[in-house]
Design a protein around this ligand. Sequence first.
Ligand code: CTP
Ligand code: MG
Length: 225
Amino acid sequence: SSFWAVVPAAGIGSRMAAALPKQYLEIAGKTILEHTIERLLSVESIERVVVALHPEDVHWNKLGCASHPRVSAVTGGAERAQSVALALEYIKGCAAQDVWVLVHDAARPCVRIEDIQRLMAAGEGALLAAPISDTVKRAERAQVIETLDRQQLWSAMTPQMFSLNQLHSALTSAAAKGQPVTDEASAIEFVGGRPRLVEASRDNIKVTRPEDLALAEMILTRQRE
Ligand code: CTP
Ligand code: MG
């Protein structure tokens, strides 16, 4: 079977509050988006990486990977799920048969190649994840209602891998019913699927807030050692 990757990179990074969208900030020698795309490209069985960009993006064309033969760019949407759906529609227009699609946040530049490869070997709809380490409270207006059973709780990461047709139809159904979708797995769950969790290194942080930049830089530097 064949594999494609989708990189949603159309966000504006409001929590980072930097001068540029966070995927264009430089850490460890290149932009976060370049680190992310290069990791996916280093997996040879990923045929192509489709990047979803903000409609007013002015930074993409300055990156070397913009002209890479295995990279394509499409215009994303107002929500992450819409950016992903638009990239899937592009793939439907050029991939010959159904393919496995790995959706991976632009903002996760530290994912390990071997974790991507273990995900691709799952042979079923699956996502990278890690067991949570905090004790988690469910609350209303800052008053605890209950403590959740930590044994059952995982942090969802990306990449998340599903068949192109299954994921596209799940995203379409969730959008039609107004169901909020914060990752691909939640759309699959909405239509009754039970995605597999593939345990991954905690290196795979999502760069979200200013303090995450130094942490990501440290992780990337350590990974080179
Ligand atoms: N994303 C996207 N299209 C959107 C919103 C987000 O492609 N309309 C992408 C982001 O570029 C990011 C990934 O989805 O790579 C995960 O989203 P998040 O970390 O929330 O990034 P932002 O939305 O840019 O950040 P914020 O929520 O702080 O504004
Ligand atoms: Mg966001």
